[in-house]
Ligand binder design. Sequence first.
Ligand code: 5GP
Ligand code: ZN
Length: 133
Amino acid sequence: MSDCVFCSIINDDIPSHKVYEDENVVAFLDANPVSKGHTLVVPKTHVDNIHDASEMQYMWDALVEVSNALEKACDPEGINIAQNNGEAAGQEVFHLHFHVTPIYEGDELEIEYDRSELEDGESIAAAVKDNIA
Ligand code: 5GP
Ligand code: ZN
């Protein structure tokens, strides 16, 4: 897609710091990192988000590869992997991507959900199961 910033990075039309590339996937440093080594793992095929990603099993291998490289290169205490779908979920770039974010000692995790006790588990699980393809 010509107006997609990640397609432009994949095609080297705009600069980035690439750390991994194979026939299906590119990974590059996030321009506004949450922490040192914050990397985006992106399929070369443009899809908006997870709902169009059913044929992209190769993403998993790339995520493991990049996570292992970050572990060795940056020696973090842990690694978060996050992936946002839709504006309400915080998605700003509508080309599927996974955030691989090293977490260092003293880092404050800002993700905070207001959790409650599970109710209606049976009907929720049934509704989801009914929609598994
Ligand atoms: P989202 O909120 O869509 O999950 O995350 C989009 C991410 O893309 C953000 O973390 C943002 O910093 C990153 N980003 C946006 N534009 C660029 C860019 O031109 N180059 C790079 N390397 N990262 C970008
Ligand atoms: Zn794109």
